[in-house]
Design a protein around this ligand. Sequence first.
Ligand SMILES: [Fe+2]
Ligand SMILES: [Fe+2]
Length: 307
Amino acid sequence: MALDLDCTLAKIKDRQWALADFDWDAPGADKITDEQRPKLKAFMADLVWIEQVGGRAFAAMATKAPTEVLREIYTYFHAEEQRHANAELALMNRWGMLEAGEIPEPNVNIRLVIDWLDKHADDTPLATLGTIIPMLEVALDGALVKFLVDEVADPVCHQVFARINADESRHLAVDFHVLEMLGAGPIYRILISGVGSLLTPRILIGLLYYTPLLSRMRDNIIAMGLQEQQLYDAIGRFGRTGDRSPTTGRNPAYQVLKFHGEMVANRSHPFHRVIGNPLVALSARYPKRLLGSLPTWISELTHEPVA
Ligand SMILES: [Fe+2]
Ligand SMILES: [Fe+2]
């Protein structure tokens, strides 16, 4: 999966877009049914925040990138994720789901991941972030938007998601390229940076927050009336794409995430009964006061169609 990063960067620069490119008052907003509205609002709120998870991770990765080109790519990706969040807020606004200035609440599992990222992403090695981000993108960031397209008949939503999808396909290409690079070093280095970086208390807590996230999103997908199989197919893509590379499989952190994904995607696996579902239930009871206040950068979010 050799990827020419210079070429990719040029393409990224060439394909930038803005909220002002869309006519937010175009007809079609009324295609959202009253029955759809509350569920869609919760789903979109999660989506907005998943973009923030991606954006925050890319911001941290930009500071650790081994080359200038990759640093620049990650800086663009950070901005693109924020743009996705803003575009999704603008859609929610168009559909009459937001009060003035309202930033919708995410579910508690996303909130925990955001809090963790905000505190620790800058001190987490690229090897760890670079392994987790492809899974988050393949299963959530890029995938959830695709699932929604079939459900929502509003043409503006389709136009916006087409731009987001095009961005996401470049994110994934770079994500898997970096994942392959991470497995390409001498084996002792991979073992140290792979297993070693997973076993620090900080990362273990991060994994504890991450573990119920996919289970929780499965529940939300079912609540939206979408096929959970779509999520499992998206999760499976992590392993299918990763395993095509001769080196990616050497990264122990990759194997851990792939294994977790396979358990989530297997409906009859005891993981759900023993770990996944109890963690979702437990996090639902997580005391709100321990979550603290929202990170300050969240106030940069806006549905206004600025360039
Ligand atoms: Fe995104
Ligand atoms: Fe992304």
